[in-house]
Design a protein around this ligand. Structure first.
Ligand code: TYD
Length: 393
């Protein structure tokens, strides 16, 4: 049974950056639910994939050094430990993972044509389709069974999880391995990171929920790695139950235990998160309003997460002067749902600000390292994670 626990208000599509301010931009209710049976946490309103993931999708996986390094590291591990003859990536984006592999050994699945064209041009086989049973039928016609499927930050974007895992099950060889990587619900709750939820993030997974989904397909998690990526993610290593080549490690029990003892099986935990999120909203608004009277505040990183924050907390152009971002497709556009402009990142803009609101708080270490001069000159960052405050290191 799905039980409601948090209302994040009317939210625009989080990656719909427009070059002019659209007063009547479509907005949708963003309400969060906990399924008491499956333990899955999800949003209620489902926007058709075609509206969100099209040939103008602006998000680039390669935009941060942290992400590039993480993809490089996992590629080395995959090659060493699993030696796949053919790896398929669901949601290959701009090729941040693929480019660590030999072109003959990988296939990317990427529905956003602008992104698929990037990897196609680099010479990587890329199929510009959504991940579903139709795409798998197409691959099977070409006799392409796969011995390793990898997917990071993508499966949580697809509404029909049954079809997602059925498609994986169909395509994966008998001893094939599935590796998925997504934000961790436990970390999200611990950090009061309500901003992990937006229209694209239909689900935020826990190991408990993933375990439940896999049962139907005779698949099981045999190892879990906690990652710092995206503010705390889990990398799940999954195999068929019949495959005895890999033992189930105690990292799995450890994660499940941590989730149970934090209360991820209980509805009351989500209600508590809801109360904390609404306090975080009030405190952030109060802090920014107080600082704004005498200061310039610029947003750092025009993330989808920041779009949730701005629209939930009702932070507008009177409170944050502009955002900066290194992504070309976001520059000179507006933060969805607001009149706050996104400027091309430059040191000059940063140095003119007194405070930088960390939109990309998940890359805090990388950003603080990059902006040492700004801090030396008296500047400071504002963050809302784990609670609204000013930080200098
Ligand atoms: P991310 O946190 O991955 O986003 P989302 O919430 O949308 O999933 O995105 C990080 C954004 O921050 C991306 O647009 C690039 C930008 N960015 C910078 O502009 N400068 C930086 O130094 C870093 C690390 C990121």
């Amino acid at each position: 049974m799905n039980k409601f626990f948090l209302n994040l208000g009317r939210q625009p599509l989080a990656n719909n950056f427009t070059s002019y301010y659209k007063k009547n931009q479509p907005k949708y209710n963003l309400k969060l639910f906990f399924n008491t049976k499956t333990k899955l946490v999800s949003i209620s309103k489902r926007i058709p994939s075609k509206i969100m993931f099209n040939n103008k999708y602006p998000y680039r996986s390669s935009m941060s050094v942290t992400m590039q390094n993480s993809f490089k590291k996992v590629s080395i591990l995959i090659k060493k430990k699993f030696k796949p003859k053919l790896l398929l990536e669901i949601g290959s984006n701009d090729g941040a993972l693929l480019k660590n592999f030999n072109k003959k050994n990988v296939i990317g699945i990427e529905p956003c044509k602008n992104l698929a064209n990037i990897t196609k041009k680099l010479g990587y086989k890329t199929i510009s389709n959504y991940w579903n049973s139709k795409t798998v039928s197409f691959l099977l016609k070409k006799n392409q069974k796969v011995d390793l499927i990898y997917s990071s930050n993508t499966l949580t974007h697809i509404s029909d999880l049954n079809d997602v895992f059925k498609s994986i099950d169909t395509l994966l060889t008998k001893n094939g391995i599935l590796i998925i990587e997504d934000p961790s619900l436990l970390e999200c709750l611990k950090k009061t990171s309500y901003d992990q939820f937006y229209n694209e993030h239909i689900y935020v997974f826990s190991a408990l929920a993933v375990e439940n989904i896999l049962k139907k397909f005779d698949l099981e998690i045999f190892d879990i790695k906690n990652l710092k990526i995206h503010g705390g993610s889990l990398r799940y290593f999954i195999k068929r139950k019949k495959n005895k080549k890999f033992k189930v490690k105690n990292t799995v029990t450890k994660q499940l235990k941590a989730e149970i003892s934090f209360g991820l099986k209980k509805y009351s935990t989500y209600k508590r998160f809801s109360v904390k999120s609404s306090k975080s909203k009030k405190d952030l608004l109060k802090l920014i309003k107080k600082l704004k009277t005498n200061n310039n505040i610029i947003g750092y990183g025009a993330t989808a997460k920041a779009v949730t924050v701005l629209n939930y907390c009702k932070i507008n152009e009177n409170l944050i002067d502009a955002f900066v971002d290194t992504t070309l497709d976001k520059q000179n556009k507006y933060m969805p749902g607001t009149k706050i402009k996104i400027l091309k990142y430059s040191k000059n803009i940063i140095l003119k600000a007194n405070y930088l609101f960390l939109g990309a708080w998940n890359f805090k270490n990388e950003i603080l390292k990059k902006e040492k001069t700004f801090i030396k000159k008296g500047g400071a960052f504002i963050t809302h994670i784990p609670s609204p405050k000013i930080i200098k290191n």
